[in-house]
Design a protein around this ligand. Structure first.
Ligand code: GLC
Ligand code: CA
Length: 549
């Protein structure tokens, strides 16, 4: 179905660039990315053709989970600058026509947040009910660090943490907590930010009585009692009202949400989010850990894409992504480091032309790849470390480390490779984390000079998308869903259609032509090879335009 535009829907035409600041660009020479670096790189971001930035958390944080453990919601981490520098970035971004979206992490705080420091002191202080305390733990697992409960002597009680130990879950059933959330939203909206990416937002309402959970997935016992919980839509509608006072959008991260329950967030009377990051397509091989690892299946990936595209068509709107700070790099994952340029460009076309608002993660636009560290001790991501010490313990350490190479979030968190100078041009000082040794080959400066680079291909895709109502609003259809090496989809509006063909194969393949296009001649609009023939070369992609079908 074709989509129509309504007033608030400015985000539908846009695309966004995600900054995970610590590894983006170091502007003050201490080895840590910061807002000074971001300021300097705004022209670069703009040059990609994106329309906005999503900042992963830049607030004060002990950084046990790199910013997702917040100790002050209304300030900037001193490593990254201060509020004045943030306002400077925001002002400049707006001047350049870039929107700015903040990460709103309200399922939990850091255990160093003043609310928690108070809460844990006693059962009768003003913050005692800000968190979820029990005399006896239930059987829930945390997703990052063993059991979901941690004992505190002062209260002689346990607090719930669905993620790391240092991320206690807030008690959203407490109206005071919801009031705090609304204050935080207003604080940033009043400053001028344009919306929020809402962290694990489908987890914030827990089932009354916190009943024991059944085995669901490894490390997810209990999930059915907090995923899409009983009061979720009620609470989100309160937050929505705040956003309604401003011209902003809300994008929810929805781990493990099915498309069916996503509809309740994105459409109808309970609509409280404009878009959602779904996880279905991340399950085509591994997710966070390799405990679920299986060989990558294109058919599964396509099925997930098409499921969301079809379900939301004409009813809601998709957020499109392939990479972010939580997943390994896509070339290493779905493409080929050997066919680096080819697979990096093909992976761009495979999602940027779907219906939805695209997100590009820092470094994705130059095809950064997974890092292979020599020892688990060099990894810093809490979930990678836990996974290494929890799963597949019967295997030898080398094999387990290999699993981490394939699945770690740290691969997406190495410093951005700006040029071939020392530290990849990320910093004049020694960077806080390892630079991928391939930076001399893979870097922004080099790809700027090459018209056929991955970087310039991303630019072409975004330009093409932006200039075409069909690619923005047109309907989506997939062809040959069972084909194990070709992903083929069309976007149609009025008498125009685009056919996007992506080969995931290292070998030459000859895609079939869909019945409806037989005998028609399409204009080749974009491709990642200079010469195109009947056969598709390794990881070849082509975009055709058809008129008057
Ligand atoms: C989300 C974030 C992830 C974080 C987790 C816990 O999944 O994207 O980075 O670790 O929530 O806050
Ligand atoms: Ca710095």
């Amino acid at each position: 179905m074709e989509q129509t535009e309504s007033k608030r829907d400015w985000y539908k035409k846009m695309s966004f660039y995600q900054i995970w600041i610590r590894s983006f660009a170091d502007g003050n020479g201490d080895g840590i990315g910061d807002l000074y670096g971001v300021y300097d790189k705004l022209p670069y971001i703009k040059s990609l053709g994106v329309d906005g930035i999503w900042f992963s958390p830049i607030y004060p944080s002990p950084n046990v989970v790199f910013g997702y453990d917040i100790s002050d919601y209304k300030d900037i981490h001193p490593d990254y600058g201060d509020l004045d520098q943030f306002k400077k970035v925001l002002g400049k971004a707006h001047e350049m026509g870039l929107k700015v979206i903040m990460d709103l992490v309200i399922n939990h705080t850091s255990d160093e947040h003043p609310w928690f420091l108070e809460s844990k002191k006693s059962k009768d202080n003003p913050y005692s009910d800000y968190y979820i305390w029990r005399d006896k733990p239930n059987n829930w697992d945390s997703l990052f660090e063993g059991e979901a409960w941690e004992y505190v002597g002062e209260r002689d009680q346990y607090y719930l943490h669905i993620f790391a130990k240092k991320q206690p879950d807030l008690n959203m059933d407490n109206p005071k907590v919801r009031q705090e959330v609304k204050d935080i939203m207003r604080f940033w909206l009043d400053m001028g930010v344009d919306g929020f990416r809402e962290d694990v937002i489908n987890f914030i309402s827990k089932k009354e009585g916190l009943p024991n959970g059944l085995f669901f997935l490894p490390a997810a016992k209990g999930m059915s009692h907090y995923k899409d919980g009983p009061h979720i839509h009620e609470y989100l509608s309160e937050f929505r009202k705040v956003c309604d006072e401003y011209d902003c959008f809300q994008l929810g991260e929805g781990p493990m949400t099915t498309v069916k329950s996503a509809m309740n967030y994105l459409t109808g009377p309970t609509k409280s989010l404009d878009m959602m990051f779904s996880f279905d397509h991340m399950m085509a091989d591994c997710l966070y850990t390799e405990y679920l690892h299986r060989p990558f299946s294109l058919v599964k990936l396509k099925k997930a894409f098409t499921k969301w595209q079809k379900a939301l068509d004409g009813k809601g709107w998709n957020a499109l992504y392939m990479e972010n700070h939580d997943h390994p790099r896509i070339i290493s994952r779905y493409g080929s480091e050997h066919f680096h340029r080819e697979s990096g460009t093909m992976l761009a076309a495979c999602y940027l032309f779907q219906q939805g608002t695209p997100f590009i993660y820092q470094g994705q636009e130059i095809g950064m790849t997974n890092i292979k560290l020599m020892s688990i001790d060099q990894y810093v991501d809490v979930s990678s470390i836990t996974n290494y010490h929890t799963y597949h313990l019967k295997e030898d350490p080398e094999r387990r480390l290999h699993r981490i190479h394939l699945s770690s979030r740290d691969s997406a968190r190495t410093p951005v490779q700006w040029d071939d100078s020392e530290n990849a041009g990320f910093s004049v000082a020694r960077p806080w984390f390892y630079v991928n040794p391939n930076y001399k080959k893979i870097n922004v400066a080099k790809q700027e000079k090459d018209p056929d680079s991955i970087l310039n291909f991303y630019r072409k895709c975004l330009e093409l998308r932006k200039g075409s109502e069909t690619l923005i609003y047109g309907s989506y259809n997939e062809f040959f869903p069972k084909d194990p090496s070709i992903y083929m989809y069309e976007r149609c509006l009025g008498d125009e259609s685009y056919l996007i063909i992506c080969s995931f194969s290292r070998l030459p393949v000859k895609p079939k032509k869909p019945e409806k296009y037989k005998g028609m001649h399409g204009e080749l609009i974009l491709s990642n090879y200079k010469e195109t023939g009947k056969f598709f070369k390794p990881f070849e992609t082509r975009v055709y335009r058809y008129k008057n079908k």
